[in-house]
Design a protein around this ligand. Structure first.
Ligand code: DP6
Length: 320
C-alpha cells in the first residue's frame, strides 16, 4: 500500500511544444531528451482507505497547487475507485522554474502509485501514463538519450543510447528562482492557436529529429549542438510570435547564451538549450565542464549554477 520511486528531470534537445490531442495530452511533435542524474525527485505514495482526501507535501511543506494534477494522475494509474493517497515529495532543486520538475515528479508518482496499488504495468505503459499527466514526464521513465516518437496509437518512448555510453554534462545557470509566469500547458495552447510559425514548427520537427538521432548514434557533438540550438531557438520564436507573446528570457538568459557562444568559439564543446523558463542549460563534453561552470558562474545575473551528469530512468526504491 506504500511505495517510493525516484526520477530525474530530463532536458529536451529536440523540444516538445504543442499538443495534437489536449484531452489525452498527446504531443503534436516527437522529441529527444537527455535524462539527468544529480537532480532528483522522490515520491512516496501511500494509499489509505481511511483517508478522506488526497494530501501532498513537497519537502515537508503542504502543497495544494500540484495536488489536483497528481490526483488525476493517480486516478488514471490506479483507477477512479482508488483509496485516497498521502503523497510525500522530496526535490533537491527549485520547482516550477523551467527545470522540468513536473517531468520528474509525474514520472516518479506514476511508478510509485502503480507499485503501491500492485499494478504490473510494463515500461511503455508507465511512460504513457506519465505522459498523460505531463508530456515530458514520459521521457523521464527512461535513462540516457531518449526519443519520444508520435505514433497513431499514442507515444512510443525508448532509450537511444544509455547515459554511460556518452557521458555528457549539463551545467544549469539559474537566472531566476521564482515560479514562471505562464505554465507550459497553457503556453503551448496559446502558441498552437495564435503563433503564425506553429504549423511550420510541426512540419519541420521530423527533420530535426532525424539529424539529432543520427548525431546521438554517431556521438557527433557538433552535429547535436547545431540542431539542438536551432530547435530551441525555433521553439522560442514560436513563443515570441504568440499572442500574447510568451517571453521567458531575461537579460541574464541572453548573457548566458553569449557566454556559451564565446566558449564554443574558443574551442569548448558546449551548446545551450532553454525551456519554458529563464534558466540556461549548457550541455558540454565532460572535459570542458569545469570551464563552462566557471564561465557561467561569472556571468552577470546568474544566481546559482548546478551541474549534473546523465542518468537513469525512473525507478522504484521501496515498496511495502
Ligand atoms: C519547453 O511536459 O511541461 O520543456 O504536457 O502540458 O505538462 P505538459 O507540458 P510539459 O512541457 C515541456 C515543454 C518544454 C520542452 C520539452 O521538455 O520537450
Amino acid at each position: 500500500m506504500r511505495a517510493t520511486a525516484v526520477a530525474q528531470p530530463n532536458i529536451a534537445l529536440i523540444k516538445y511544444w504543442g499538443k495534437r490531442d489536449v484531452a489525452r495530452n498527446l504531443p503534436a511533435v516527437g522529441s529527444l531528451s537527455i535524462t539527468l542524474r544529480d537532480l532528483t525527485t522522490s515520491m512516496q505514495v501511500e494509499l489509505d482507505r481511511d483517508a478522506t482526501c488526497d494530501g501532498l507535501t513537497v519537502n515537508g511543506v503542504e502543497d495544494s497547487a500540484m495536488l489536483p494534477r497528481l490526483s488525476q494522475c493517480l486516478d488514471r494509474v490506479i483507477g477512479p475507485e482508488r483509496a485516497h493517497a498521502r503523497i510525500e515529495s522530496q526535490c533537491n532543486f527549485p520547482v516550477a522554474a523551467g527545470l522540468a520538475s513536473s517531468a520528474s515528479a509525474f514520472a516518479a508518482a506514476t511508478v510509485a502509485a502503480a507499485a503501491a496499488a500492485g499494478k504490473e504495468y510494463d515500461q511503455s505503459m508507465l511512460a504513457s501514463l506519465a505522459g498523460h499527466a505531463s508530456g515530458s514526464a514520459a521521457r523521464s521513465l527512461y535513462g540516457g538519450f531518449v526519443e519520444l516518437a508520435n505514433t497513431d496509437a499514442g507515444i512510443e518512448v525508448r532509450t537511444l543510447r544509455p547515459a554511460a555510453d556518452w557521458p555528457l554534462v549539463v551545467v544549469i545557470a539559474i537566472t531566476e528562482t521564482g515560479p514562471k509566469a505562464v505554465g507550459s500547458t497553457e503556453a503551448m495552447e496559446i502558441s498552437r492557436k495564435t503563433s503564425p510559425f506553429y504549423s511550420s514548427w510541426v512540419a519541420q520537427q521530423d527533420a530535426d529529429l532525424d539529424i539529432a538521432r543520427a548525431a546521438v548514434e554517431l556521438r557527433d557533438f557538433d552535429k547535436l549542438a547545431d540542431v539542438a540550438e536551432h530547435n530551441c531557438l525555433k521553439m522560442h520564436s514560436i513563443m515570441w510570435a504568440s499572442r500574447p507573446p510568451l517571453v521567458y528570457w531575461n537579460a541574464a538568459t541572453m548573457r548566458c547564451m553569449e557566454t556559451v557562444r564565446e566558449l564554443r568559439h574558443a574551442g569548448c564543446g558546449v551548446f545551450f538549450t532553454i525551456d519554458a523558463g529563464p534558466q540556461v542549460k549548457a550541455v558540454c563534453q565532460p572535459e570542458d565542464a569545469a570551464r563552462v561552470e566557471a564561465a557561467l558562474t561569472a556571468t552577470t545575473g546568474v544566481k546559482d549554477v548546478m551541474t549534473s551528469g546523465l542518468g537513469d530512468g525512473a525507478r522504484l526504491v521501496a515498496e511495502r
